[in-house]
Design a binder for this molecule. Structure first.
Ligand SMILES: Cc1ncc(COP(=O)(O)O)c(C=O)c1O
Length: 356
């Protein structure tokens, strides 16, 4: 079976080099030496001042909402993985959906201001598929209405804007997911990024039960610390990151040569591509179902990322988002990982071009 994604496994001897360090330190979790080393290495690689490692991207979001004191409604995109919305609802916040722009697939900024009211405390855009939002316009609107701006950057590892800055350096804060299927991963894991030292300090307290020193519990907290085995995996994967990025680019570009250009997304002009996903927008839902069925019959798995549109979830109040609902019904993500071979890509492309 050709799976839609394949977790990257670093060379075993490189992973073992870090695991050996765990065996000699006997330190398995709670801000251990490998967690500290990975924090420093990622700060340098991503060119950000502050970064806090956590146990997954979902908890990164939940902790941030609390650290930034979000209340009431939060404006967000309906076209994302379910965690963007569920994390808000889990924290008793109300998602207020703004439809997406059909080209960028991100929040349609022209619709944003009309949905801001006194109940809204923040904006949570998503750089979906690693496609950068217009961070400058979003910042202007957030400043004008004094709203917190948090980016769900789960897909946006190593994306740079035309200012040659990492996408994580915009807004009040961002999160990353380091789930096994992401281009950089720690098996399960994530990070919180913010320019503001105080936000990071608050998050560090929240992810450690509210504990700030031995015998000091400063308030309510949860547990979402990163363990040393996850940090070891992250350190080992990071040693291969240049090769991961360039191999993904080769796979991505080969698909773009093979597949009917009308089905491809237009590139974002003001930021780099991290080649994290390969989505197609097909003409209708039937075509999605036919193609995915035919591919599956040939041993090729695809995923309807992201379907359904999150404004239709049964635990949110339905707010119509016709563009997102339409795109969600027509989207299909193709296998995309280091090691996908050209013969398989050709087979995939031929089936798609025949049936699209
Ligand atoms: C857009 C988005 N946000 C949040 C998450 C949650 O991350 P995690 O799986 O690390 O909890 C994901 C996970 O894939 C995601 O795709």
């Amino acid at each position: 079976m050709i799976t839609v994604t394949k977790p990257y496994l670093p060379l075993r001897r490189i992973f073992e080099k870090y695991v050996d360090q765990i065996y000699s330190s006997n330190w398995l979790t709670n801000f251990g030496p490998l967690e500290q080393q990975l924090t420093e290495k990622l700060k340098e690689f991503l060119q950000v001042d502050n970064l806090l490692l956590v146990s997954n991207g979902t908890l990164a979001l939940q902790v941030l909402y609390r650290a930034l004191n979000l209340k009431g409604e939060v404006i967000t995109s309906p076209f994302s993985f379910v965690a963007t919305t569920s994390s808000l609802v889990w924290e008793n916040l109300v998602p207020k959906f703004v439809d997406i722009n059909p080209m960028s697939l991100n929040l349609d900024i022209s619709l944003l201001e009309s949905s801001i009211s006194s109940n809204v405390s923040g904006i949570l855009p998503v750089h979906v598929f690693g496609r950068a939002c217009d961070v400058w316009e979003l910042q202007e609107i957030a400043n004008k209405h004094k709203l917190k701006l948090i980016y769900d950057s789960a897909h946006a590892f190593n994306v740079k804007t035309s200012e040659n800055k990492n996408i994580l350096s915009y807004g009040d804060a961002s999160i990353l997911s380091f789930h096994a299927t992401k281009l950089f991963h720690t098996i399960e894991g994530g990070a919180i990024i913010s320019k503001d030292n105080e936000v990071i300090k608050e998050c560090k307290k929240l992810i450690n039960f509210g504990i700030t020193a031995p015998d000091v519990i400063q308030g309510l907290g949860t547990n979402s610390k990163m363990n040393e085995f996850s940090a070891a995996m992250g350190l080992a994967v990071l040693e291969h990151i240049d090769e991961i990025m360039s191999e993904r680019q080769i796979v991505y570009e080969y698909y773009t040569q093979l597949i009917n250009p009308e089905l491809l997304l237009k590139p974002i002009t003001y930021a780099s591509n991290n080649f994290s996903y390969f989505p197609l927008i097909l003409k209708d839902e039937n075509t999605v179902l036919n193609i995915s069925k035919k591919l599956l019959a040939n041993g090729i798995q695809t995923r309807r990322y992201f379907y359904p549109s999150l404004n239709t979830l049964n635990y949110v109040k339905y707010q119509p988002c016709p563009v997102s609902e339409n795109i969600a019904s027509r989207i299909l993500c193709l296998p995309m990982y280091v090691g996908l071979n050209k013969i398989d890509q050709l087979k995939i492309a031929n089936i798609i071009n025949d049936l699209a």
